[in-house]
Design a protein around this ligand. Sequence first.
Ligand code: AMP
Length: 279
Amino acid sequence: MQIVRQLDPLRNALAEFRAAGLTIGLVPTMGALHAGHMRLVEVAQSQCDAVIASIFVNPTQFGEGEDLDAYPRQEAADADLLQTAGVKLLWAPTADQVYPPGYATNVSVSGISDGLCGAARPGHFDGVATVVAKLFNQVRPDAAFFGEKDYQQLAVIRRMARDLDFSHEIVGVPTVRDADGLALSSRNAYLTAEERADAVALPQTMQEAATAIAAGSPVADILSDAKARLLRSGFHKVDYFELRDADTLALLDDFTKSARLLAAAHIGRTRLIDNIPVS
Ligand code: AMP
């Protein structure tokens, strides 16, 4: 596996893949890789000839007071995992390759970036849309792979790709979970043993709420009970626990076939997010 940090060698390597007739799959990450990221790689391998993973802890998607400095960085271990999985190239750009001096352009996807995580993390999805648009232009993949774990992010990227005429496929990959149901996340590393034990309340509460909503219970009551249960179970703040349309992310008051539950809540110093389909 080649590890590339500068744009010129990236372009040369990509030109060789293309000259050999290989299709290119891109898996963008911020590193600290776990089985969720590796599932994206696996799905990419099944659909493309050459898989490129990127690792870049993108400063513009972190707000003030968020965990940019503390975010786990373990590139050597990540590179081993990717190499073993058969990834052809790791794109791990230096910050100046992504944001050269005088960088002045921002990609903002209105509407779908508002609410949910966009409300709690102002500017976050501008940072995501901008860096992903740049990665798409740098790599020009045939397909790019993203986790449903970050469901609003996936929706923002799909809309951005459509609006800006990126013609490659955007593939959403279902969330990979620990045995007890907690969604895998690089941020789970922040949890103490006690917080990790309590954190299972998030997927459990979501699953029970989804079952009750699908059975016809009043949505507003289910959502407020679910928030109260999280606050009794070790979480100290619930940013949102909402029923949304899976495609448009429009708020729903009642069950529909495309309803999805999305939640974000704080436990200790960690903010966890999750989402599940309701049907
Ligand atoms: P991150 O490194 O957190 O930016 O995540 C990189 C990619 O991996 C994103 O597309 C995430 O949605 C995806 N991802 C993160 N956790 C999971 C998971 N538990 N299951 C599936 N995909 C995931």
